[in-house]
Design a protein around this ligand. Structure first.
Ligand code: ZN
Length: 318
């Protein structure tokens, strides 16, 4: 799990560049706004916080720009309105369906690829193992066109919380696997499941537990048997995405990091500079060349968090 920075200005730009187009489009912008207003007066919505937000553009903007903790609060409010003891409230069913229909239509107007590009998230924040782009096929008359698209997970699933289908801090660019695994899971029902906007950097860390101190005298293929990967993470995230187990399958990579980190000292860095004399390499460049990871922005490259946590531990220990 990689934290994504809570950038309010970016969320505001998202509203201006993506959502305002939906509300103000000539073809269906007015229809959307009128329907939302109508819904705000209906049973289960009237005189509620959510009803108020649906009433006008100002309220809708507020809904789209809810901060991560407010997204969670609104999910709870929504839950209280529509569900009772885990079951759907019959009297709210019609308005729920209308709400879902309307928000789904509006969400379908969002350009997913452009959105994912806009967020600057390149690698799945849930697993940090895969990029967030996937190939897709589009049929145009008789031509099949392959394009790439971005995957977006709704942290509070849109099937249950359609009201949050467009809210910026509920939209998590993710890889296909994590999107599938997470799918309809409700963060209000999974204990300690945090969104990348909620998690703090120090809540998520890999360490390796070296059981055999002779580990460095073995070949790379053998040393993976000499340690275990440990992961500190919120329980819900670790369990849902099976992170610790999955990363224990990447011990071959950890073994390489272990070795490289052991010899990553001033003399080694200087020898790289000497070999590549004439090229102005920064410390950051050299770290990247050696570890194939971004130390400070692990969200930009698969496995960067895993690699830099292990490297940090070894560089410190030896
Ligand atoms: Zn993932």
């Amino acid at each position: 799990m990689i934290p994504i920075k809570v950038d309010i200005e970016k969320a505001e730009r998202y509203y201006e560049e993506f959502i305002e187009n939906i509300w103000s489009s000539k073809t269906d912008g007015k229809i959307f706004k009128n329907y939302f207003r109508e819904l705000s007066e209906k049973r289960c919505m009237k005189n509620t916080e959510i009803g108020r937000m649906l009433r006008d553009e100002e309220g809708l903007k507020e809904l789209i720009l809810l901060k991560p903790d407010e997204v969670r609060d609104l999910a709870q409010t929504f839950n209280d309105i529509f569900y009772e003891n885990g079951a759907f409230k019959k009297e709210c069913e019609t308005v729920f369906d209308e709400l879902k229909d309307l928000f789904t239509k509006a969400y379908n107007k969002l350009d997913k690829y452009a959105f994912v590009n806009f967020t600057d998230v390149r690698v799945c924040p849930y697993c940090n193992r895969a990029f967030v782009y996937e190939p897709m096929t589009e049929e145009h008359e008789s031509n099949t066109i392959r394009k790439i698209k971005g995957q977006i997970d709704h942290f509070f699933p849109k099937s249950k919380y359609p009201i949050l289908a467009l809210s910026y801090f509920n939209l998590i660019p993710s890889c296909g696997v994590c999107n599938y695994v997470k799918s309809e899971k409700d963060p209000l029902e999974v204990s300690e499941l945090k969104s990348p906007y909620e998690i703090k950097a120090d809540e998520f860390e890999f360490t390796i537990n070296i059981e055999n101190t002779n580990v460095f005298s073995y070949s790379l293929n053998k040393i993976a048997k000499g340690f275990k990967v440990k992961l500190k993470a919120p329980k819900g995230n670790n369990t849902l995405f099976a992170l610790e187990d999955i990363y224990n399958n990447h011990k071959d990579i950890a073994a390489e990091v272990l070795f490289k980190a052991k010899y990553y000292n001033e003399a080694y860095i200087e020898s790289i500079r000497k070999t590549l004399e004439g090229i102005k390499l920064t410390d950051f460049d050299i770290y990247r060349l050696v570890f194939w990871a971004y130390k400070d922005t692990p969200g930009n490259r698969p496995l960067s968090k895993f690699i830099s946590d292990i490297a940090k531990q070894i560089i410190r220990d030896f």
